[in-house]
Write a protein that binds this ligand. Structure first.
Ligand code: UDP
Ligand code: MG
Length: 315
């Protein structure tokens, strides 16, 4: 039977939480008394995650496991889930129970009222470091200012979307996917659903600093080229300042006895401007790198096997 709900759970080394997540999620889904499927996407875990989910698959026919050939990242994992989902409503939820499954019936209620995207908005974040919350806050606001697309602030991947939104996002061929941005970009009728973000149930974050920076860069570079324009403004500003400074030096030379001394200030200025030039070159590199990624046209992820379904969408 075709499910009404598809729940996508990206998992990377989540052996400490996965059983608890499954039982809480199953309780909630059963209480909604409509057919559902839970798609666990194992993103190249190196622990027992895949094994544990495969066992769940054998015991529960509502469960599908997509095993990646290696670790591709959370965005590719969600993409795979969205491409394999069969439901009329597609839900994305983290494996670590930071997004409480118990609010899904309320989110589904909004969907039934006619909203196509119900996205979780974090009003409070528990158990995360001050630095993470602070940088996240600044980042979301910066992103909001930089982009033309109205990407909502304080929103992660926890959301429920209608089939037509899922299809629309699946059609976007971008490789480096910032999914919350893509979902905003496609439009349709969207609404925020406020929730308290819980502490991770067990284990540690699977987002290293490197992965977090990469995601943050993907968000900005996919949806804005204002940083490139910044280069022009900085260039103009520096040229203007140097021009004024040159006039000052010239006047000093002509009208006063003081000659310009000191190489320290010269070196300082050179290093400063060189720093800015390098920074801007690096920024441009980010964009060129993205173009390079897109042009290579490699798949976003590779599936090793699918368990719990006959391997395709049409069973
Ligand atoms: N995740 C993933 N691949 C990765 C990193 C994370 O599939 O390379 C999953 C992870 O298992 C979890 C979700 O993405 O379900 C969010 O990760 P995490 O909770 O570690 O991030 P945080 O909440 O600390 O930002
Ligand atoms: Mg988490």
């Amino acid at each position: 039977m075709r499910p009404v709900y598809s729940v996508i759970v990206p998992c990377f080394n989540e052996e400490d939480v996965i059983n608890e997540t499954h039982s809480r999620l199953t309780n909630v889904m059963r209480s909604m008394s409509e057919p559902y499927e839970i798609i666990y996407v194992n993103d190249g875990s190196r622990d027992r995650t895949a094994h544990m989910i495969a066992e769940t698959c054998n015991a529960d026919k509502n469960v599908v496991l997509i095993n990646f050939s290696r670790n591709f990242g959370q965005m590719p994992a969600i993409t795979a889930g969205m491409e394999h989902a069969l439901g009329d409503a597609v839900i994305v939820i983290d494996a670590d129970l930071q997004d409480p499954p118990e609010v899904l019936p309320q989110m589904s209620e909004l969907w039934k009222q006619g909203y196509d995207v119900v996205y979780g908005k974090r009003v409070k974040r528990k158990g995360e470091s001050f630095l993470k919350k602070f940088t996240a806050k600044i980042y979301y606001r910066l992103l909001h200012r930089l982009t033309q697309v109205n990407i909502p602030v304080d929103t992660g991947e926890f959301r429920l979307i209608d089939r037509k939104v899922c299809d629309a996002v699946n059609r976007l061929g971008e490789k480096n996917r910032y999914i919350r941005g893509l979902v905003s970009w496609v439009g349709f009728k969207q609404i925020a659903f406020e929730f308290y973000r819980e502490e991770r149930f067990a284990g540690v974050t699977k987002y290293s600093l490197k992965k977090m920076i990469a995601l943050a860069m993907a968000g900005i570079t996919s949806f804005s080229y204002k940083p490139l324009k910044l280069a022009t403004s900085i260039g103009f500003f520096i040229s203007f300042c140097s021009f004024v400074y040159m006039i000052v030096i010239l006047c000093q030379r002509i009208f006063t006895e003081t000659t310009v001394t000191g190489w320290a200030s010269t070196i300082g200025l050179i290093l400063f401007t060189q720093g800015i030039v390098l920074m801007i070159l690096g920024l441009m590199g980010e964009y060129i790198g993205r173009i390079f990624e897109e042009i290579k046209d490699r798949p976003i992820y590779l599936v090793q096997e699918i368990i719990g379904r006959d391997g395709d969408k049409n069973d």
